[in-house]
Ligand binder design. Structure first.
Ligand SMILES: *[C@@H]1O[C@H](CO)[C@@H](O)[C@H](O)[C@H]1NC(C)=O
Ligand SMILES: [Fe+2]
Length: 244
């Protein structure tokens, strides 16, 4: 586990450029690019930081082709709709099971290519029905959304949440990835930025429990309702743009 507020990783020989940004709502946005072709993908961009994100994309001369959401978020509004208005040719993507509008509706096994690289979709429902985990082609990085967090997981008490489904998703779709595969979640409230499949499989206090214990725990968290849920969910069903 590392705690760095802003992380830039250059994996020279694979020509993959990777940025992780945090925003006020403790949400992480990820930008991945092929440094040769300049094609780029952004994961979970946030409305309030659209200018910051587009500035960097412009500075780096990237060709942003896809803006993907790991699920229909309840705690913040996505900037995919606004980005589409500002970036010619940009397509939005989200799970087919999210109920949200987008240019691309993703299902299990779909690929989001960017230059020589790609992200593969794994359906990991449980936090919501439309949660996906995005895994790089070489299985060195997994963007788990709110399915698996660092030493935690997303809540399962609203938006079609189901603890049993989440348990199966994490064990069958994420914990079966290589131990060294890096885990990049959609949120972290402690400033932790990355973990690994091996670490979470061993030390995640929730997902190391039996399914029965996990379900019991998740169904008794008694968390307060997210502050922005009544605004965020309807907005995110339409790429963060309200119907006028
Ligand atoms: C950006 O990438 C897309 C997809 O590969 C391609 O069709 C388009 O021509 C590229 N645009 C620029 C300006 O390079
Ligand atoms: Fe969420």
């Amino acid at each position: 586990m590392f705690t760095v507020p802003f992380l830039l990783l250059f994996i020279a020989d694979s020509h993959l450029c990777f940025f992780q940004f945090s925003s006020e709502s403790s949400t992480y946005t990820y930008l991945l690019a092929d440094t040769n072709t300049k094609e780029a993908v952004i994961i979970d961009p946030v409305l309030e930081t659209v200018d910051r994100d587009l500035k960097l994309i412009k500075e780096l001369g990237l060709n942003l082709t896809v803006a993907v959401n790991t699920h229909c978020h309840a705690d913040h509004i996505t900037s995919t709709g606004l980005m589409k208005q500002r970036v010619a040719g940009l397509k939005s993507a989200i799970s087919k099971f999210s109920g949200a509008t987008a240019d691309i509706h993703l299902t299990e096994g779909d690929n989001i290519p960017f230059g020589r690289h790609s992200l593969t979709v794994k359906e990991t429902p449980g936090h919501t029905d439309g949660c996906i985990t995005l895994v790089t082609g070489d299985q060195t990085m997994a963007f788990t959304g709110d399915a698996l967090l660092i030493r935690g997981c997303g809540r399962t008490d609203f938006q079609q949440g189901c603890a049993e489904k989440l348990y199966h998703s994490v064990h069958e779709k994420i914990f079966t990835l290589p131990d060294e595969c890096l885990i990049y979640p959609a949120h972290d409230y402690l400033g932790q930025t990355v973990s690994t499949v091996g670490e979470e499989r061993k030390f995640n206090p929730r997902l190391t429990k039996s399914m029965e214990e996990f379900v019991e725990l998740m169904n008794n968290l008694n968390l307060p309702k997210p502050k922005k849920i009544d605004i965020s969910v309807p907005a995110n069903l339409v790429c963060g743009l309200h119907h006028v």
